[in-house]
Ligand binder design. Sequence first.
Ligand SMILES: CC(C)(COP(=O)(O)OP(=O)(O)OC[C@H]1O[C@@H](n2cnc3c(N)ncnc32)[C@H](O)[C@@H]1OP(=O)(O)O)[C@@H](O)C(=O)NCCC(=O)NCCS
Length: 154
Amino acid sequence: MEYRIVPLCGALTEAAARMESECFGEEITAEALSRFADAPANHYFCAVGADGDLLGYGGISLVADEAEIITVAVSPVYRRRGIARALMEHMLRLAADAGAAVYLEVRASNIPARELYRVLGFAETGMRKNYYSAPREDAVLMMRPAGAQETLLC
Ligand SMILES: CC(C)(COP(=O)(O)OP(=O)(O)OC[C@H]1O[C@@H](n2cnc3c(N)ncnc32)[C@H](O)[C@@H]1OP(=O)(O)O)[C@@H](O)C(=O)NCCC(=O)NCCS
């Protein structure tokens, strides 16, 4: 399907804030998301369809040679079409350019996300007990070494 990856800005921020509550059950205002996305270390991107609709979005934080995936989410109707993979590859390219290892945390029960990260070269490095609330759940810690970037990204 046709879409492009663009930086998060303007009206897309409203749509991303709505998607945040749809996908994670967490309420965030567009203003708060915009402030967070505009922080110097943070880089947010959107997948936008041909009609300008938001299909998905993701954010990465990058400081020196360390990066962290903040979030990635795709609208339920557009899943399993490679959109999260495209957003992730876009963000991983930024990390690759900085020679940064990439870290993230994911709910233990979130098999789709764990699988997405695994196919992109992340390995599980540990677990944080009861890290998440509502519902309480462990976090799986994952890492993609800096050296993996060139070989895994095409
Ligand atoms: C996780 C999520 C972002 C995946 O988005 P998506 O656009 O459907 O993912 P893609 O189509 O790019 O999938 C890429 C690969 O990830 C894996 N994957 C994605 N969804 C999967 C699922 N439901 N079950 C198993 N593997 C899955 C597959 O390996 C897939 O490749 P394939 O389709 O060729 O088999 C999406 O399910 C989502 O928004 N979930 C809610 C938000 C969330 O949990 N975000 C992660 C927070 S840590």
